[in-house]
Design a protein around this ligand. Structure first.
Ligand code: DX5
Ligand code: ZN
Length: 229
């Protein structure tokens, strides 16, 4: 069951990615940025869908004690269906699966039936046409602005065409859907993504690699808001 309200669809949100935090002191890293966190972005990598291994359900369960924010779990996994229930039980509020792994309709149904908010992610080279058929069935569309697997990469601006296409579709059909961007989001690229139509901004390095992560998250929010006004 979804434990925490995600907030209204389409509202501007900052989602710090804990991938860039110090894993030796995750609880304090999460608490430190709490006031500027709308969603907490949890990057799950299985060493198969992406060439890296990161976080699993036990970490989500532990962090749940330290944050009441919406846990936005990004499953970079070849077989996410095997782990949805474990993430839900650990305290995930939303789980995002990649369209590239297939079985998309089944995964969406399974995650919804568990009470999870469901996201669908697309890699930078995956065309909009692959996710378009599912827009009415999901809660979140995640456009990767880097190839998944590692933090600290450069924003791929070409993805903004797809973001714009999705935003037009969502608005024209009045869909209850958030549009999230993930990868290389910083003070310079956040306004570009918001201009293109994104409303949820994931940022790892631009927050946790700064001396004052709370201030960095605040600055990101201000930069994103300026693009909206
Ligand atoms: C990449 C992850 C991203 C990444 C973002 O595979 O999905 O969430 O951690 O990190 P930055 O903001 O450093 O690009
Ligand atoms: Zn992510």
């Amino acid at each position: 069951m979804t434990s925490i309200d995600a907030g209204p669809f389409g509202a501007l949100r900052v989602a710090p990615s804990i991938l860039a935090a110090d894993f030796g002191s995750l609880a304090s890293a999460v608490r430190e940025i709490d006031a500027e966190t709308d969603w907490l972005h949890v990057d799950v990598m299985d060493g198969h869908f992406v060439p890296n291994v990161s976080i699993g359900p036990p970490v989500v369960k532990s962090l749940r004690q330290y944050s009441a924010r919406f846990f936005d779990c990004h499953l970079m996994m070849s077989e996410p269906g095997r782990y949805l229930e474990a993430f839900r039980a650990a305290g995930a509020d939303g789980c995002t699966v990649h369209v590239e792994v297939g079985s998309t309709a089944t995964l969406i149904d399974e995650a919804h039936s568990m009470g999870l908010r469901v996201g669908l992610a697309a890699n930078p080279d995956t065309p909009f046409s692959k996710v378009a058929p599912f827009l009415g069935d999901i809660d979140l569309l995640l456009f990767m602005t880097v190839f998944p697997g590692f933090g600290g990469q450069s924003f791929i601006g070409d993805v903004m065409g797809k973001v714009n296409e999705a935003r037009r579709e969502v608005d024209a059909n009045e869909l209850a859907l958030d549009i999230e961007v993930d990868g290389g989001i910083d003070l310079e690229t956040a306004p570009i993504a918001v201009d293109a139509g994104a409303n949820v901004l994931v940022a790892g390095s631009a927050i946790f690699n700064r001396p004052d992560p709370l201030e960095a998250a605040h600055e990101l929010r201000v930069a994103a808001r300026s693009a909206r006004s």
